[in-house]
Design a protein. Structure first.
Length: 176
């Protein structure tokens, strides 16, 4: 197994996925996460496996609306997103030209309005919690993937390392 260092975190690579096995194990034990050993294309196939007769997955027809704050500490549920985002934004823009800072402010405000309009502020709080947990446990979570890199807010939060303002990426690519 090979590994490299990224932002003071070890990145393990087994040829298929990247992870820090001890950190993943610690988090899974902390939250009592159970894993399925055998991957199948569908739940119905999994339920038919003879090796798991008492371990069926039950699928509900009626589901509650998603609640993104289900298992995060209360201080994340109550987090003042505007204060948090602007504090991080200010730290990222120290030393920049005032015109660029103003343009980045506009980008931040417009994306924040968009997330508010789409009722996704709880998702942002959950993402902030996840980033903090992964960082605290030295788990590498990636430097950017897919259209999420077009969100300046996600860059400010630290979910990815691609400055969407710098590369003029359109948030609508992510929102689609």
């Amino acid at each position: 197994m090979f590994y490299t260092e990224l932002k003071n975190r070890k990145l393990y690579f087994d040829g298929d996925s990247s992870y820090d096995p001890l950190s993943i194990l610690a988090i899974s034990r902390k939250y009592n996460v159970k894993y399925v050993d055998y991957i199948t294309p569908s739940i119905s196939q999994y339920n038919k496996l003879e090796s798991n007769p008492n371990n069926k997955i039950i699928v509900k027809d009626n589901c509650k609306p998603l609640d993104y704050s289900w298992n995060i500490p209360d201080h994340y549920k109550q987090l003042d997103l505007i204060e948090y985002l602007f504090d991080r934004h200010i730290k990222l823009t120290i030393g920049m030209d005032i015109n660029e800072i103003n343009q980045r402010d506009i980008r931040l405000i417009s994306e924040l309005q968009l997330y508010t309009q789409l009722d996704k502020l709880d998702i942002l709080r959950t993402i902030i919690y996840m980033v903090d947990e992964l960082t605290d446990n030295n788990i590498v979570y990636g430097i950017g993937r897919g259209s999420s890199v077009s969100s300046y807010l996600l860059y400010i939060i630290g979910i990815h390392d691609v400055d969407s303002y710098l590369y003029n990426l359109d948030i609508n690519d992510f929102i689609k």
